[in-house]
Design a binder for this molecule. Sequence first.
Ligand code: UDP
Length: 478
Amino acid sequence: MAKTTHIVVIPSAGFSHFVPIIHFSKRLVQLHPHIHISCIIPMLGSLPAAAKPILQTLPPNISTIFLPPVNLHDLPQGLPAVVQIQLAMRHSMPSIHHTLQSVTSNTPHVAMVVDSFAAVALDLAHEFNMLSYVYFPISATTLSMHLNLPRLDKETTCEYRNLPHPIKLPGCVPFHGRDIYAQAQDRTSELYKMSLKRYTRCRAVDGIFVNSFLALEKGPITALKEERRGYPRVYPVGPLVQQSGDDDDDDAKGLEHCITWLDTQKVGSVLYVSFGSGGTLSREQMNELAYGLELSNHKFLWVVRAPNNTKADAAYLGGHNNVDPLQFLPCGFLERTKEQGLIVPSWAPQVQVLSHSAVGGFLSHCGWNSSLESVVHGVPLITWPLYAEQRMNSVVLSEGLKVGVRPRVSEKGLVERVEIVQVIKCLMEGKEGREMQKRMKELKEEATIALKEEGSSTKTLSDLAEMWKKLAWENQIY
Ligand code: UDP
């Protein structure tokens, strides 16, 4: 009888954390068909619509168990989406425990892999006799930041943004304290204390997966793997990104609309503009962006979302469905730019857009999934971070890898239209832009190599799958 290695995977809510760990799971069982995954899915309200298609393409060796949904309205309001997601995880702990009892009663499982926002579930790995792993859908640089946070916290007496010198982490590009991730900007806050606890907890696991690859982040990855530094074992398994075809069914209309328009544009001429699954601008900033795009005279495809003056992540948990975002564009903008740009309300088939030859640049909020998708498709960036760890990603892309240009924020806290025109011209027509494009093409090649049979990320995953198999065999868990 063929022996099966059983593992548990626990995602968290929110499109850009839920989808990556599912991609990871699919790749794991595709490369190692002896693995079976029990995927226990905590629910915060309903799944984001764009996340549903990926569940329809799961292979038979991933079985899904949906937990009773936590109601968004039962959680404290006004908190950042990442905190709501983690609170929802806590509410789900009794049902996770109950489900683990049931799935492991007849079939012991070797390992548990949880998304980084589901870290609270790690405590259960020990109880159910499983190895514990965290999947971080982030860069190795940000992971290094998180793992070093307890040390930095002890060594620093002021707010990080007031540090007089850049923060230097082993192997990483130095970054200013104001670019550290959003929750660490106020060290007296509960949010900061929560994240400090979470990352301290994450240091005590059997291993950490990170969605990056050696050629992209050689410095941080090498440092994270050095045993003497006392980190858990780190497994770079990326770039794992959405593939064309993952969501074709649901998005067929939007897809056709974008692709038909891109087909009529010159190669490399279009700037794609998007702020991820949840990013929103203030009304004033949206206005500046509209004028900046128009005045640049460059072609653009802009995913427009209704503005929000208070929360940059306002749409993260699906808040963008009700309002027509086009009503917030400047007067006459749509008419004036009808030959220059395509406006797509709220959501575009990003991967298909980035893979189109007409797209020559990406103005992005630098979520890590978007950043990797840009790398995989060889598109250089204008890096416009909004929240979470996006400022750090922006530093990695623009100062470290030099495949992006970061606009300057004025004293009013705005990226003004003149600046927008300048960065667009720099990326789309300047010598600097051509150099960024060349470097991005090289990274694209490296990304392909990392995922080949003998590639670094494939081998990393294979070594671990072998270890689990051996363990299951030795303990007769199959
Ligand atoms: N995305 C998309 N269409 C959109 C906006 C986003 O398909 O209009 C996808 C994008 O391809 C990426 C994810 O949503 O896979 C966004 O993840 P990221 O980490 O970049 O940002 P976040 O949503 O966490 O801010």
